[in-house]
Every structure is written in structure tokens, then in C-alpha cells.
Design a protein around this ligand. Sequence first.
Ligand code: GDD
Ligand code: MN
Length: 380
Amino acid sequence: MRDAPFPQADLPRLPPAAAPQLSIVIPVLNEEGNIAPLVERLDAVLSGIAWEAIFVDDDSTDGTRAAIAAIGAGDPRVRLLHRIGRRGLASAFIEGAQASLAPFVAALDGDLQHDETLLPRMLASLRDDGYELAIGSRYVGGGGLGDWDRRRAGMSSFATKLSRIVLRAPLTDPMSGFFMIRRATFEQAVRNLSAMGFKILLDIVASLPAPPRLIELPYEFRSRTAGESKLDAGVLRDFVLLIADKLVGHIVPVRFLLFAGVGALGIAGHLIVLRLCLTLFALAFPTAQAIATAVAIVGNFVLNNVFTFRENRLRGWGFVRGLLSFTAICSVGAVGNIGVSAFLFGPSVQSAWWLAGLAGAVMSLVWNYAVSSVITWRRA
Ligand code: GDD
Ligand code: MN
């Protein structure tokens, strides 16, 4: 039998629990084995502090949410934000922080690689010493990279140097994903965030109107004992996009720039294939041009699928359907392109041939981008 929807009158009145002073936002993706040990460690290290942990899970396929729910059922300090059809460490942190009301918010990995024993010192720096941002750094005295190999260490140090282009604050470790920030400071950045990829600290600092008062605390990056790293070839692309978005994102969307770059590559590929077909295989021009066009469309589709719309990458049947819709959209774009440029070149406007040609090409580029991003690579 079902009860009335809101049987509140029958519930006992409980005193409200203390509101959390510190929210620890923990992005997780398939970290089943790390949840319980992490909460135990937080509980041990944060005694005397009103804290909560907000796990932000991007639809893990293992038992991550079940592990969180099992603890949360008996511990109101443990919360879950379950996102579907979304991905990304940076946006996970942002949404977790926005779901919290605490005056201090920390970012912590859910795989035990960050040193949670630093949290009380971070909190003291913000609450008692007036800092706005406390960062766990691997590059100040006493910190370290743990078991990272030379390749990964080299990549991290290269990215750190690259980030100087957009950073106005002297951070030794802008790649760190371990920090604590005042809510008020976070609020100053939140509307300017790019929310792309992995590097949320860099994003926040580059989005603030002025460099924050910050302190760096050393820690040693631990090695992973359970689960796997989510770092793949996409993080480099995400990082470059983040930097580009910080530089020009207020003028033109960086995803559009990627799409245009892929288009330019497509034109180059088209010409190369055309030339090969004509000279090497001695095909008739219409045949050669048809082959080159097909190669350019498929090539553009594949590159856009891997780079431009990586978050919504199509696989299996989705890939085939996507290729068909992309081809259809580009065909309409080509017809519009010819129409616009013929009109501009024609008797009533009489613009220069290159201006007419360029205008047609830009028009179809904008069309192809706008329509394929909502139809071919629409978000799940
Ligand atoms: N919700 C969500 N969504 N969580 C994610 C995602 C995602 O798309 N990708 C990764 N995570 C979670 C992981 O489950 C883990 O808890 C944490 O984010 C870090 O991911 P790892 O894949 O373990 O990253 P890492 O160890 O290679 O990188 C770490 O080191 C960097 C230092 O350069 C991260 O801590 C970075 O934050 C840090 O900057
Ligand atoms: Mn990790």
C-alpha cells in the first residue's frame, strides 16, 4: 500500500545537523575500490571539523555509486551527484562546488593519490590566515611526483610552462587538482570558467579578476593502488583547448576554431588526393574529383569525431549514422556555398572572385559547424 506523498506529520522531528563548513568535492569515475578507504581517511583526519564529501560521478559502470550510497545511507556527510551524458574532471568539480553551501570548498581526487592529511592545514590557511586559495603542490620543498615516469613528468612540466601564457599568478603547480578555495573567491571566477578537461585549478586562477592570495603546501603524489587512471590522448587536446579558450574564447568559440582547422586540413587532403588520382592513377577529372571529395568528407568526419567533438565521440552504428548525417549536412552547405558566392559574384553585387568565393566558404563552414554540432554530435 502506498502512503500519501508527504507523510511529514508522522516523522519524528530531528534537530538539524551542523551545516558543513568544508565541502570536499571528489570527482569519481570507476573508483569503486577507493570510496570506502577514502571516506575512512577523511573521517580520521577531519575530526572536529564540520565537513561533507560530495562525490561527483559521471555514470561509472562499476559499483562506485553503490559504494557511495552504502556509506551515505548511514552518514549524512557523504553525498552523491550523479551526472549522465556528461564527462570531465573540471566540470565535475564545478558542479559539485555549486551543489554546496559551505564557505570553503576543496577539490580532491577519488583515487587516494592526493594527500588528504593536508586538508586541515589548507583549511587553517583559509580560515585563520586570510588566504583565498590553498594549493597542494608537488614542486615546492617537500613535495614530489611519486612514481611518475620521466615521460609523464616531462609532459607535466611542459604543460606548466605553457600555462604561464594565461596565468597571472605565480603558481609552481598549476596542474595540481588538489586545492581548497573560499566560496566567495570561487564565485568570482565561476561565470568565466572554461570548464574543459582536467585542469580546473588553472581554469579558476586564470578566470579570476585579480590574482588570489594563495599559499602552496607541499605534498607527495601517491601511487594508485586500485582502479585505473583516466588520462588518455584526449587530455593534451583538452589542455590546449583550455589555454586557447582562455585566450580567445570570449571572441570566438574554440570548438569552432578546431572545426575550421579540420576543414582546412580537409582542403589540403582533397588537393593531394586529387593530384594523386590525376597523375598517379591517370583517372578522368570528374572521377578524381569525386574520389577526392569523398576522402575529404570522410576524413573531416573522422577528425572532427576524434578532436572537435571528442566528448560526444560516435562509435559503432552511431559512427555510421553520424557519417551519413554529416555528409547530408555538408552537401546542403555546399549548395548554399555555391548559391551565396554565385550571387555575390553575379551582376547585382559584382564582388571580386576571391571575396565571393571566401564568403561562400565561410557561410558553409558556419552552417556545417552549427548544424552538425546539434545533429551529428548532439549531446546524449
Ligand atoms: N566525475 C568524473 N568525470 N571524474 C573523473 C573524470 C570524469 O570525466 N575523469 C577522471 N575523474 C576522476 C578519477 O576517478 C579520479 O578520482 C580523479 O578524477 C583523477 O583522475 P585520474 O585519472 O586518476 O587522474 P591522474 O591521476 O592522471 O591526474 C591527477 O593528477 C594531476 C596532476 O597533474 C589528477 O589529480 C589531476 O587533478 C591532477 O591535476
Ligand atoms: Mn589519479
